[in-house]
Design a protein around this ligand. Structure first.
Ligand code: SF4
Ligand code: SF4
Ligand code: FES
Length: 360
């Protein structure tokens, strides 16, 4: 956010800093390089104030306040870190960690899946001091092929529910019960595929514990090698969503949305998120095919296949005119190939009937 040189100021850990009206204390602290730990926060969503990990002290207010929901006010004196705050945060993480079946989940689970484990390690909170009842009932019976619903690892941060409502506009998941019995659910406690879920995967990618996890990626967790992330653009349509492709060697092991992708800001559809099998599918065509006299397909060389296609196109133009043809370029082709395609159709075949499937 651009800073108004005459804007209001507050004191952050003793330093006078400017802020914009409407900013939260968390946003101001983040901008001035004062990292505050969070669990229920996702900067794409309305702040929720549920986990209380982001507490800060404000002079004149008796108890610490959640920085993600507290608006900055002129003249505030804010402390982001001291022994008391760090002690509160550590105890909170100890309690959260003790309530889950496991803290360490496979990083292929999702984009934010390591947040809890990272914080628990940073605060040395694997003490087991609060071991006891565990909350959350997993749904291993949900037969959908995309999303693991392992609520025994859920910390009730509601990021999944909020992203589904605020980002996807689907309202497919919700919360039932309260307190220790709180449970993420779909309507009538049913299955995701029978709900309004579009399997966009956003709940998976924002979940900070791996309670919601990417089944397609986890199915590849035994692929050997280190995981490499490569920023690219989803090939499915013309929106141009940025994604990080996860690979081990030459095997694609998962797709994660780019949270800073200008067109998608972390959102994807079911195809961009989960449909990457085709790239290395055993049934994928690796050579052209042409039909023999009996109409059966047989493998052919590129020269033979291109000759056959040219003969067919010429025959249509001669018999019915150029406007009898209509061409659709593939959205998976690069811009240069799409340009050549329209040139070929317009200049070569003589018709303007050309479109691209990316215009979906
Ligand atoms: S996959 Fe998308 S639509 Fe389905 S529950 Fe998650 S966020 Fe909602
Ligand atoms: S499933 Fe994940 S995102 Fe949803 S409330 Fe639980 S921990 Fe948070
Ligand atoms: S991040 Fe502020 S209350 Fe959870």
């Amino acid at each position: 956010m651009p800073q108004d040189p005459n804007g209001p100021t507050l004191f952050l850990d003793g330093q006078e800093v400017r802020f914009e009206t409407g900013e939260t204390l968390f946003q101001v602290a983040e901008r001035y390089g004062k990292p505050i730990p969070t669990l229920c926060y996702d900067d794409r969503l309305e702040p929720f104030g549920g986990c209380r990990l982001c507490i800060v002290e404000v002079e004149g207010i008796r108890n610490p306040v959640a920085s993600c929901t507290t608006k900055a006010e002129p003249g505030m004196r804010v402390t982001t870190k001291n022994g008391t705050l760090e002690m509160h945060r550590r105890v909170l993480l100890e309690m959260v960690a003790s309530e889950n079946r496991e803290v360490d989940v496979d990083p292929l689970s999702g984009y934010a899946s390591q947040e809890l484990a990272t914080l628990v390690d940073r605060y040395d909170a694997r003490t087991g001091r609060f071991q006891g009842h565990r909350s959350g009932t997993s749904r291993p019976d949900d037969p959908n092929p995309f999303i693991l619903r392992d609520y025994e690892n859920c910390i009730s941060c509601y990021r999944c529910v909020r992203v589904c409502a605020e980002q996807e506009g689907d309202y497919a998941i919700s919360v039932k019960n309260r307190g220790f019995e709180t449970q993420i659910t779909v309507e009538f406690d049913g299955l995701l595929k029978e709900s309004a879920c579009t399997f966009c995967g956003q709940c998976v990618q924002t979940c900070p514990t791996g309670a919601l996890a990417d089944l397609k990626a986890l199915a590849r967790k035994e692929v050997p090698g280190d995981t490499k992330k490569t920023r690219t653009i989803c090939p499915y349509c013309g929106v141009g969503c940025a994604v990080d492709m996860l690979t081990r060697g030459d095997t694609i092991v998962g797709i994660q949305p780019a949270m800073d992708g200008p067109a998608n800001e972390g959102a994807l559809c079911v195809k961009g998120q989960f449909a990457f099998d085709f790239i290395q599918h055993r049934d994928r065509l690796t050579t052209p095919f042409v039909r023999d006299e009996g109409g059966r397909l047989r493998p052919a060389s590129w020269d033979e296949a291109l000759d056959r296609a040219a003969e067919g196109l010429k025959a249509v133009v001669e018999e019915h005119g150029a406007h009898a043809l209509y061409a659709v370029a593939s959205g998976r082709a690069p811009n240069e190939a799409a340009f050549l395609m329209q040139k070929f159709v317009r200049a070569g075949l003589g018709t303007n009937y050309i479109d691209n499937c990316s215009r979906a």
